[in-house]
Design a protein around this ligand. Structure first.
Ligand SMILES: [Zn+2]
Length: 174
C-alpha cells in the first residue's frame, strides 16, 4: 500500500475574541490582520511568534483595548477551528507533542482522555522516561508493573527469558 502525502494548504481564521485584529492558522501560526490605523495608514499583516513556556506549551501575547494577554496556542486553534471549549474539557494533543498545534492534532477532550493519550504515547503520569534503557517504548502494550511498583519492559523480559532458555539448552547439549 502506498501512502499518499497530500500537502494541505494552511487555512486562516480570526482568533475568537480578537476578530479583526489577529488570525490563527490550521497549523498553529498566528498573524496580525492587515488594517488601517487611526491615521488611515495601512498596517500590513505580520507574523506573531509564540513563545515556548516552562510547562512545554506555546503561548502567544495578544493585544486588545490597551491590554496584553498571554494565550495558549492550542486553545486559540481549537476555538477557531473546533468551536468553544465544552464544559469539563481541555485542549488535548493527540500525539502528546505539546508544541504540535496543527488543528488535526488537537481536540477538546476530557482529563481522562488526555491521560490515555499520554499513556499511549509512553508518558504515563508520574513517569519521566518514555523508553526503557534499551529503547523499547514504555507504552500501554509493552509496560508491566514490577512487584516493587516500578515499570518493567515486556520486550526486555521476553529477551531475558529467551536468552535464559538458550543458555540452558546449550548447557544441555554439552
Ligand atoms: Zn526494553
Amino acid at each position: 500500500m502506498t501512502e499518499l502525502i497530500v500537502d494541505v494548504p494552511e487555512r486562516w481564521l480570526p482568533v475568537v475574541g480578537y476578530e479583526g485584529l489577529y488570525e490563527v492558522s490550521s497549523i498553529g501560526n498566528l498573524r496580525t490582520v492587515e488594517r488601517k490605523d487611526s491615521l488611515g495608514r495601512r498596517r500590513k499583516s505580520r507574523p506573531r511568534k509564540p513563545a515556548l513556556k516552562p510547562d512545554g506549551y506555546l503561548q502567544v501575547m495578544l493585544f486588545k483595548d490597551g491590554v496584553n494577554r498571554n494565550h495558549y496556542v492550542q486553545r486559540l486553534v481549537l476555538e477557531a477551528f473546533a468551536g468553544p471549549c465544552p464544559p469539563l474539557r481541555e485542549a488535548c494533543h493527540r500525539n502528546d507533542i505539546k508544541t504540535d498545534n496543527r488543528a488535526e492534532n488537537l481536540r477538546w477532550g476530557t482529563r481522562q482522555e488526555n491521560m490515555i493519550d499520554q499513556a499511549r504515547n509512553g508518558r504515563s503520569v508520574g513517569s519521566k522516561m518514555s523508553e526503557c534503557i534499551r529503547g523499547h517504548a514504555f507504552d500501554v502494550i509493552n509496560t508491566y508493573i514490577k512487584p516493587n511498583g516500578n515499570r518493567g519492559c515486556k520486550e526486555c523480559r521476553r529477551t531475558a527469558v529467551r536468552e535464559g532458555r538458550i543458555r540452558r539448552s546449550e548447557e544441555a547439549a554439552k
